[in-house]
Design a protein around this ligand. Sequence first.
Ligand SMILES: [Zn+2]
Length: 75
Amino acid sequence: MKKSYYNSPSDFDKFHKILKQTNCPHCNMIGALVLNGAVKGYNEKGDDSETIKGRRVFCNNRKKTIMVVAEHLVF
Ligand SMILES: [Zn+2]
């Protein structure tokens, strides 16, 4: 899995749909990847509201967070 960012909610949706058919870059098992919550941060507009910066992807096989997919950002 090379892609580690998404640009829009529909782009993220596509990423989410293929997640279960994607082999884990860590242990190579297909179907082990699940989304594991959002990565939050403060937005750049300067107000105090939190915004979702990305999502964590968790490997169910190794019980490990293995990557972060981020909106607009490339890790
Ligand atoms: Zn894995």
